[in-house]
Each structure stands twice: as structure tokens, then as C-alpha cells.
Design a protein around this ligand. Structure first.
Ligand SMILES: [Ca+2]
Ligand SMILES: [Ca+2]
Length: 233
């Protein structure tokens, strides 16, 4: 036993302190299916999504205790995406504790001396009752074509720099009839515009000229098929 005591002391010295690891993950609208990355080797840069697509961003923790942080749009190209809180209770999971809070804040970003509106949410966990698990959920909607970023702050560890920046690329919708799903009805609409060459003067041939080169052909069919059976809401 005498030999064991120095060994334990050494362990106490070299074992680093353990802190709660709070993170944000992106899922489809079901709040469960992860959104795939564009490149598995590049974190936080996600595969393209269609305009109108709804996503969920979930804040989770591997430990309890007090925490505060934020999610906010960082959209230097003007409001291509937006975050939504479901309602006061709907965006807070029980694991965050009874006193957990979520507050919306509106702000501006100045890009090239032009101020743009932006939005986000500030979170705080319950110091006494928070437990490991999912703590908060907010919805994200792709409003227009372009690239939009959402930045995540863990203000416990850093009050200035974000923990991560999630990047979303919005492409034109393939849900041509706007019924919420890309299926055979949309394929029929694409077929009804097949081989047209006047799309640049005809509103992209009802949206079916997906690469916007003026005609509807196999290039557009390929872009359409990439989103087969995906939902926009
Ligand atoms: Ca459709
Ligand atoms: Ca085309």
C-alpha cells in the first residue's frame, strides 16, 4: 500500500481538469437525422440544401452546470438564412434545467459600410439542475440562394471568438410545384420544359433551368436528381 500512494499522487498531477464540452450539431427538420458534410474531412461545411429547406441546430452538453452561449447568423451576403425559436418552452429541452433561458436578439453586421440586419439566440443553462444531454434546439430556414453561416459561441470558454462556424450553401429549389417534396410531380414539370432554350426570358422555365444556362437539358436533370425525395418543409 505504501508503494501505491506515490503512484496516485503522480496521477493527480498529470490528469488534466475535465470541463463540460458543449457543442452544436446540425440535423434535418426531423431534429434527428444529421445533415451530411460536403467533405467528410472538413467540419462544419455542409452539403448544399435547397431554398426553402428547414434544418435544426441542437446545442448539447456532456456535463451539467452553468453555461451560457449563443447562436447567430453571420451572413455577409444579406439574410440568405434565418434562425427561429419554436416558442419559449419548445426550444428548451428538460436536460437544460428548469431555470434555463433562451432569448432572441437582433443586431446588425456592417459589410462594406452597409449595415445588414441579422438575428440569433442567447442561451443559459440552469446552474443547479442542468444535466448532460440535449439542451436547446432552434430552426434554420434557407431563404435565398447563396452561402450563409451560423456561428456558435461558448462564452464560458471564450467571450470573443466563436467555437465554430457552420456554413450552409443554398441552391435553387427542385420542388417546382411548391408542395414540400421533390417527387414525380416535379419531374413531370421538368419534363414539360424539356429542351426549351428560351429560359433566360421565361423565369428559368418555371425554375427547371437549374443551372441557369438558358435551356433545360441533362445538366438540369442531374441537378434535379441529386435532391430526389428531399423535403423543403
Ligand atoms: Ca414538389
Ligand atoms: Ca440548364
Amino acid at each position: 500500500m505504501k508503494k501505491l500512494i506515490p503512484f496516485i499522487l503522480v496521477l493527480a498531477v498529470i490528469t488534466p481538469a475535465v470541463y463540460a464540452q458543449v457543442s452544436a450539431r446540425v440535423c434535418l427538420a426531423d431534429g434527428n437525422t444529421p445533415l451530411k458534410l460536403a467533405d467528410p474531412c472538413v467540419p462544419f461545411v455542409y452539403r448544399p440544401i435547397m431554398v426553402g429547406t428547414h434544418l435544426t441546430i441542437i446545442v448539447d452538453s456532456d456535463a451539467g452546470g452553468y453555461w451560457y452561449g449563443a447562436l447567430t447568423i453571420w451572413d455577409t451576403n444579406q439574410n440568405y438564412g434565418r434562425l427561429y425559436m419554436r416558442d419559449f418552452n419548445g426550444s428548451i429541452f428538460p436536460a437544460a434545467g428548469e431555470m434555463a433561458l433562451i432569448l432572441e436578439f437582433l443586431g446588425t453586421q456592417t459589410v462594406d459600410e452597409v449595415a445588414h440586419d441579422t438575428n440569433g439566440f442567447q442561451f443559459s443553462g440552469d446552474e443547479d439542475n442542468a444535466v448532460p444531454g440535449d439542451w436547446f434546439i432552434v430552426d434554420y430556414n434557407a431563404i435565398d440562394t447563396g452561402t450563409c453561416s451560423v456561428i456558435f459561441f461558448d462564452w464560458i470558454t471564450d467571450e470573443v471568438y466563436p467555437l465554430c462556424q457552420m456554413s450552409f450553401t443554398h441552391v435553387p429549389t427542385r420542388d417546382f410545384n411548391d408542395d414540400g417534396i421533390v417527387n414525380f410531380k416535379d419531374f413531370v414539370l421538368l419534363g414539360s420544359n424539356w429542351r426549351r432554350t428560351d429560359c433566360q426570358t421565361q423565369e428559368n422555365c418555371s425554375g427547371t433551368d437549374l443551372d441557369e444556362d438558358g435551356n433545360v437539358d441533362f445538366d438540369d436533370l442531374k441537378l434535379f436528381a441529386d435532391f430526389w425525395l428531399e423535403r423543403t418543409r
